[in-house]
Write a protein that binds this ligand. Sequence first.
Ligand SMILES: [Fe+2]
Ligand SMILES: [Fe+2]
Length: 197
Amino acid sequence: MTEKPDTMTDDTPFDPPRPLPGDRSMTAEIDRMVRVDHAGEFGAVRIYQGQLAVLGDRHPKSAMIRHMLAQEEVHLDRFNKLIKDRGVRPTALAPFWDVAGFALGAATALMGEKAAMACTAAVEEVIDGHYQAQRDRLTATNADPDFEKTIAQFQAEEAEHRETAIEHGAAETPGYAALSGAIKVGCRAAIWLAKRV
Ligand SMILES: [Fe+2]
Ligand SMILES: [Fe+2]
């Protein structure tokens, strides 16, 4: 005897629930958000690791950078879990973010501690805007309040990182506007890529 799915009655256990057509596209959209955020948090961890590799443990800014790194690791852990739970394919460019993030952190730290702060401020400004756009979308659709809450918490910490970097002299580095502008263009390109690859 063959069982067909359309013979299900009201008593049939209904697992997993079938999404409505509208829900399905929103689920796919949130999956894409998770993928790009996962890539971004991975990149952030690598940037701070790159900074610390250059500045070393005893640099006066290292404790503060380690604190930011610890928060980025929490963000990344959460997205690692979301990627797994939702069955999202991680970005194919992970090996690239691995190297590019570390190189960006290390290169700016080599330019000096204020250039490292300028890098942090620029990256976090882009991430802040990126998370805000996702929150706006999630709030407008009321698609996943828990995910929106997660992003709101992370966004607040990214904004804190940016403020800390500015307090620590980000804008005082020579060529700040050009450096900051270039890093922001790079970050936006990275987000654009992570949405697609
Ligand atoms: Fe983060
Ligand atoms: Fe951050």
